[in-house]
Design a protein around this ligand. Structure first.
Ligand code: SF4
Length: 326
């Protein structure tokens, strides 16, 4: 994809593009490069265009600009906060909850979010080649209570459509599978990913398809994205959104309320607001649960219930995500 090839991969170029002097930023040039070494910078230009030039606190910029804080060790912040390694019975498969499994289709993303809870995930051990897929199909047959597949990653839509269609064809041949959920940020940062080949296979499958987007701030929603979401809705795809509660980015009730309003105007239902997972290298984004619950109470008071995403935290020993704040 041309837009992906032209994405910014150098934090200094990102600063230049926004008219920011790295010497005036916290951490300055060496700090940017320290963060970049730990987790590569990747930002498509269409996402950069939604940032405010000259604003070092822009909420979209803060999600993607490396920080020297990423090298700080913080107690309790670990490489696998959800203990996914415990639920990884086969390469490419995470089975945590009874009725659904997650397939890590791709280690690639169109954007590298600094707070990503999978920034240390062993993607190389989880690639989904032909042998791995056959093993997963056999696993599904042996677990007939599984009726929903979640495509995740990385970003599953970084996988070519032809390959996605092949995988879906094999999954839908199993009568037990009813739903396909796709967790993706790709249409958000590159709305042009919603094109005819994608819409074709999404409409061709017998599975009920749910696309779960990842949008954290209302400024991420522009006209191109709204048009792409309209195409998905017209194709009969159910659209949900999940956000991560991020300190200094969306941890104010008016921002989250505006996000919910804009999502619903684009036919997207706010689904989850994730309390921050303690991932190593991203402690500077963490909010505490008391603050999260207060914020949530304010959202409940200002929005109709259907516009309030569920505030949840994931604990590895629980049979589902755990609601906070109600
Ligand atoms: S797009 Fe998703 S998987 Fe990729 S870096 Fe961002 S949060 Fe992580």
């Amino acid at each position: 994809m041309t837009e992906l090839r032209q994405a910014i991969r150098d934090p200094l170029e990102l600063c230049r593009e926004l008219g920011l002097n790295p010497q005036e930023l916290r951490g300055q040039t060496p700090g940017l490069q320290t963060g970049d070494r730990l987790f590569k910078t990747l930002v498509p230009r269409s996402f950069v265009k939604r940032m405010q030039k000259g604003n070092p606190q822009d909420p979209l910029l803060l999600q993607v600009l490396p920080s020297p804080d990423e090298s700080l060790e913080q107690p309790g912040f670990v490489t696998d906060p959800l203990q996914e390694a415990r639920f990884n019975p086969l390469p490419g498969l995470i089975h945590k909850y009874e009725s659904r499994v997650l397939l890590t289709l791709s280690g690639a993303c169109a954007i590298n979010c600094r707070y990503c809870f999978r920034r240390h995930f062993p993607y190389a051990d989880n690639s989904l080649g032909a042998g791995a897929l056959q093993a997963i199909l056999d696993y599904l047959k042996a677990h007939p209570k599984i009726n929903e597949i979640i495509f995740s990653g990385g970003d599953p839509l970084a996988t070519p459509d032809r390959r996605l269609q092949e995988i879906v064809t094999q999954l839908q041949a199993l009568p037990q599978i009813q739903r396909l959920r796709i967790h993706t940020r790709l249409p958000v940062v590159l709305p042009s990913r919603v094109d005819a080949p994608l819409l074709h296979w999404l409409q061709a499958t017998r599975l009920k398809v749910i696309l779960v987007l990842h949008i954290n701030h209302p400024q991420e929603i522009n006209n191109e994205l709204t048009t792409a979401l309209g195409q998905l809705t017209s194709a009969g795809i159910t659209l949900f959104n999940q956000s991560v509660l991020l300190r200094g980015i969306n941890d104010r009730p008016e921002i989250l309320a505006e996000l919910s309003e804009k999502l619903f105007a684009a036919d997207v239902l706010p689904y989850y607001l994730h309390a921050f997972d303690p991932i190593e290298g991203a402690a500077h984004f963490a909010t505490d649960d008391t603050q999260a619950k207060n914020l949530y109470a304010q959202l409940l008071a200002s929005l109709p219930g259907y516009l309030v995403p569920k505030l949840v935290r994931e604990y590895s020993d629980q049979p589902s995500k755990t609601p906070l704040g109600w």
